[in-house]
Write a protein that binds this ligand. Structure first.
Ligand code: PMT
Length: 404
């Protein structure tokens, strides 16, 4: 299957001896029918010639924002919009630093900042440079932006030293790109129910009790499950983001509506992922009209009653083989609290996110999770974009379904 036919690949080459491998990657991509546009940093031109690359890619190779002879502008914005995927290889320590910090002083980094497509970067450098905290911090930052790393290999380096820092082999890089476009259809035929966002519990017609959940984590999970070929129902509280196209979206407001919506779909689902931040309490007597402030009358007290526990209710009538994963947002005794929720709510696994980890939890574009299966298997992620975390959660489910 020619998955790369017609795919538009932008390759950014930075200054590293490993640039000699890029003509091979270009040749492999062209053979598969991809369109390839190459951008080089000025330093990269010392390692591989633009003539070799333009001959192989059948397009002019770009380094400058405009052509000094005729003034033609090489628009980074147009290229960033054109590409289906951007590959930065080799990514030198300097280029990683500029990408992480947004230092747009060359065409490669300006185009990277303008790119709206997925970005893969393949570092190549000496092992001590790769291990330096500065490089590692830049890599973590790029991963938190949702960029994906094609990690360098261990092996003999140009310096004569041996260790991690070798650019991954062209055939492997091609495979990563092919896999990306192929999509991993491992969830084809699975029906997945995901809840997301907050619930809102009315006080009167204009006021409510709720929480800060933005829906980003749950929507990222829905998108990842769709990518893996699942049929996805997303039961969502009110949020400001758009649902991925292809999901069966059910919008709800309150915890009781969320339970009702889940109840209609759960029986027929293979998996339930409860990402929603469900309000534990609701107001017992919702006022039919706006509660007025009145001189001489005491401030009204809100009487709260407990909401149904959605995941506990559903797990109590689960069928054999149904997998249930919950989430826990904790502030203290995190692991112990998550483990106790895992068992008391009858779940198979729980994803713990802690408000003590900067950048994790609600509202942010990033998250850091500890995934705990009832068997004791666990995994702790780095701080990464919510879409990368969604992939980690689904990978963990895949592993623990196979090895319960
Ligand atoms: O939406 P974002 O801004 O991206 O933020 C994502 C998130 C931080 C909200 C999400 O990652 C998360 O942690 N969700 C769970 C929030 C939480 O604190 O849940 P909990 O500890 O109250 O509940 C534990 C589990 O029981 C959860 O799976 C919850 O969905 C479920 N629950 C809770 C109460 C209730 N009445 N019914 C439930 O089913």
């Amino acid at each position: 299957m020619m998955v790369l036919k017609g795919k538009k690949i932008l390759i950014g080459i930075s200054g590293s001896i490993a640039a000699y491998k890029i003509p091979i990657i270009v040749r492999l991509l062209m053979k598969e029918g991809a369109e390839v546009q190459i951008i080089m940093t000025p330093a990269a031109r010392d390692f591989v010639t633009p003539l070799t690359l333009s001959t192989l890619s059948k397009r002019p190779v770009l380094t400058e924002p405009f052509n000094p002879v005729d003034g033609t502008w090489n628009s980074h914005v147009d290229m960033g919009n054109w590409a289906d995927l951007m590959l930065i290889a080799p990514a030198s320590a300097t280029t990683l630093g500029k990408m992480a910090a947004g230092i747009a002083d060359n065409l490669l980094v300006t185009t990277y900042l303008a790119a709206v497509c997925p970005v893969f970067f393949a570092p190549a450098m000496d092992l001590d440079m790769f291990q330096h905290p500065s490089t590692q911090r830049n890599i973590s930052t790029l991963l938190s932006y949702g960029n994906q790393m094609i990690a360098p290999r261990e092996g003999e380096l140009a310096s004569g030293l041996c260790g991690a820092g070798r650019l991954e082999e062209p055939e492997v890089i091609l495979e990563v790109i092919r896999d990306f476009f192929k999509g991993n259809q491992s969830w084809a035929g699975k029906k997945v129910l995901i809840t997301a966002g907050p619930t809102v519990e009315p006080i009167d017609p204009v006021r409510y009790i709720s929480n800060y959940s933005s829906g980003k984590m749950g929507y990222a999970l829905a998108e990842e499950a769709l990518k893996r070929g699942a049929e996805v129902t997303l039961v969502s509280g009110p949020v400001q983001i758009n649902a991925p196209s292809g999901v069966n979206l059910i919008k709800v407001q309150t915890a009781r509506q969320m339970l009702q919506a889940c109840d209609t779909v759960f029986d027929d689902s293979n998996l339930l992922i409860m990402t929603a931040a469900v309000a534990d309490f609701r107001v017992s007597d919702v006022s039919g009209s706006k509660i007025k402030k009145q001189a001489g009358i005491d401030t009204p007290a809100l009487k709260l009653v407990e909401n149904p526990d959605i995941v506990k209710t559903l797990s109590s009538h689960r069928k054999t083989g149904q997998y249930i994963m919950g989430f826990a947002l904790e502030t203290d005794n995190e692991v112990a609290n998550a483990q106790s929720k895992l068992s008391s709510k009858g779940m198979d696994a729980i994803a713990l996110n802690s408000l003590n980890d900067p950048g994790a939890g609600y509202g942010t574009d990033t998250n850091k999770v500890t995934l705990i299966h009832k068997s004791g298997v666990s995994y702790t992620s780095a701080l990464e974009s919510k879409s990368v975390i969604a992939g980690r959660v689904l990978d963990f489910i895949e592993e623990t379904i196979v090895n319960p």
